[in-house]
Design a protein around this ligand. Structure first.
Ligand SMILES: [Zn+2]
Ligand SMILES: [Zn+2]
Length: 591
């Protein structure tokens, strides 16, 4: 028999490890950059992305022609790598050199069907008079970009009418231009960067602006292809309950005539892991071919066949995690910290852990199945270790830690997981993470807290409010906006992070205090670690030992102080101020 099908999405590339395997890709009809033309790829973009410096080399022209590169704050910006610096797109020489490079690519890479002329990663667009003039007229930095790409596209069309160029609508070029239109042979690759990952496109206000831009680009460009993001890029191993978006987005894009979707997942090609990365890769491959397929049925089919007798527990886990993020108020995105998502609460993780205990028990006799179940469990284990490392002993006790860490290492090794995130040093680095678990400091989590007091223009940081004058558990203070406040007991074993933003209102331009008493059997030197968001002061026995009027994200042990403590009763008073976003602190005892 002969079976002919036409995929709905023309460009089908996926970045999960499974899809970096040519055989897997062939079987699942992915036509990525990796597929040799001999296997019928037909959709190779050359080079892959961020090509400005490949078009006009900073090594070749940086010294002699700095004017080819983008002007930022009056200076020409020339970077070592293709991040953070761009080209001066209105310089005629730049157009000439870039055009010659594209012609060279067409000759040396005949296997490609699309040639990429797009901005470098990061920001750094050109602000020179000529570039600024066009961008002002067009109401977007995409103005100069399209103006530039069109000139190359016109030259290419005269010689190679079938060849297409591809450019990005990303970061500073996401807004479409007002007047200029991409040439017929230019594909716009629009990126859906850092929006809500909990809810599908069109079903959440967080996507509204993006969807409007998508519709505008679709109107003015002859072809639009999409780059979207489907993992936590700092922490591939973190549970990431975004199956609702994964289920609906492909069809959403297909309905708007997008010619392709590149779902960016765990994009370290030789690296395994990432929550359900095998499932994600497979579902995407099926939906890119035919977005009309029932995505939930595909998920069920995958879970049933891959986890066999353990499937009901895995399904239950998936369902439970996604229930948490159903409410409209739930929000998480591709860079959200574990502390800031609503679905990693202690109770949820404990339930998840027991579901996987049952799944593992059932899979025990089947080595291959057990390995798959353990890999699915890895994100839950990672979460427990993560919170343990920052003082959350309710997630994992000191007694349980060694065994949990050993299991973690074993699962990583068994699945060739070499990186936990795109940010290589922290937090993607595995040895660093293991070290943070092993050397987890002793977090001090029981405090008396009071606040908030005024801190407009940061005046509160040095204002001596009543709590600094001595501790009285029954005292009543007048705080910001005349709010009456008292000392309140606080203690938590869920995290070493004392999240003041969760405790106090108002939580903007304020300060609050934390106080505790402790006994020392002898007079000695003690070392404490302090991490704060934002500035912090620490008094020990009434003596100011640390004063840091900083603006920072809190990390354990940002500052380390050594202080003399007395035999018997001692006191610690901490003052933390808030200037923007988060507000809280870590306090550790280090010796
Ligand atoms: Zn310029
Ligand atoms: Zn949302």
């Amino acid at each position: 028999m002969e079976d002919r099908q036409k995929p709905v999405m023309e460009a089908r590339q996926i970045s999960y490890r499974e899809a970096y395997d040519v055989n897997w890709s062939l079987h699942n009809r992915i036509n990525s950059n990796l597929m040799p033309d001999s296997l019928g790829s037909g959709n190779i973009a050359y080079p892959f992305v961020h090509t400005f410096y490949a078009l006009v080399s900073p090594q070749k022209y940086g010294k002699t022609h700095p004017e080819y590169f983008s002007e930022v704050d009056g200076k020409r910006l020339i970077k070592e790598t293709n991040t953070g610096g761009q080209l001066c797109l209105t310089n005629p020489e730049v157009v000439k050199i870039a055009t010659a490079t594209v012609f060279e690519w067409i000759k040396t890479h005949p296997e490609a069907s699309v040639y990429t002329v797009d901005q470098n990663d990061g920001e750094g667009h050109c602000e020179c008079t000529n570039c600024k003039k066009i961008d002002d007229q067009e109401g977007s930095y995409s103005g100069t970009l399209i103006h530039f790409v069109n000139q190359i596209a016109d030259s290419v069309a005269k010689v190679y009418p079938e060849v297409k160029l591809q450019t990005l609508a990303y970061a500073y070029t996401e807004i479409p231009p007002k007047n200029i239109r991409p040439a017929k042979n230019v594909i716009i690759r629009l990126c859906h960067y850092d929006y809500c990952s909990a809810h599908p496109l069109g079903q959440c206000d967080n996507h509204k602006v993006y969807v409007e831009r998508l519709d505008q680009w679709s109107k003015i460009a002859s072809q639009v292809t999409i780059w979207d993001y489907y993992t936590n890029f700092e922490r591939y191993l973190l549970p990431f309950p975004n199956f609702e978006t994964l289920k609906h987005d492909v069809k959403f894009y297909a309905d708007r005539k997008a010619i392709g979707l590149f779902p960016e997942g765990n994009n370290v090609s030789d690296n395994g892991g990432g929550e359900f990365s095998e499932l994600r890769a497979w579902i995407f491959s099926q939906l890119l071919w035919n977005p009309e397929r029932d995505a939930q049925a595909l998920i069920d089919e995958f879970v049933q066949n891959v986890y066999g007798p353990a499937a009901p527990y895995v399904s239950e886990y998936i369902k439970m995690m996604h229930e948490q993020v159903k409410p409209k108020s739930a929000y998480f995105s591709i860079w959200t910290d574990p502390e800031d998502v609503n679905y990693l609460g202690l109770e949820t993780i404990q339930k998840a852990d027991s579901l996987f205990s049952m799944a593992k028990a059932i899979a025990k006799k089947d080595t291959a199945l057990y390995k798959r179940v353990e890999l699915a469990y890895l994100p839950v284990l990672y979460t427990r270790l993560y919170f343990y490392a920052t003082g959350g002993t309710a997630y994992l006790s000191r007694e349980q830690m060694p065994e949990a860490l050993a299991a973690f290492k074993r699962i990583l090794a068994a699945n060739s997981i070499t990186s936990m995130g795109v940010v290589e040093l922290e937090p993607g680095n595995i040895p660093n993470f293991i070290k943070s678990v092993e050397s987890s400091d002793r977090f001090i989590k029981d405090w008396w807290l009071t606040g908030p007091f005024d801190n407009e223009n940061r005046k509160g940081f040095d204002t001596i409010y009543a709590p600094e004058k001595g501790f009285d558990s029954t005292a009543v203070f007048t705080g910001k906006n005349s709010i009456q406040t008292k000392w309140t007991r606080y203690n938590s074993n869920e995290s070493g992070y004392i999240d003041l933003a969760k405790m106090f209102n108002p939580k903007k331009n304020v300060v609050s205090y934390a106080y505790r008493k402790f006994e020392s059997p002898v007079a000695r030197k003690m070392q404490f670690g302090v991490g704060s968001n934002d500035g912090v002061k620490v008094w020990v026995n009434g003596k100011l030992e640390l004063s840091r009027p900083v603006l920072r994200a809190a990390k354990p042990n940002d500052d380390v102080i050594t202080v003399a403590v007395k035999k018997g009763a001692n006191t610690i008073l901490v003052k933390v101020d808030q200037l923007g976003n988060k507000w809280g602190f870590y306090f550790t005892e280090r010796n």
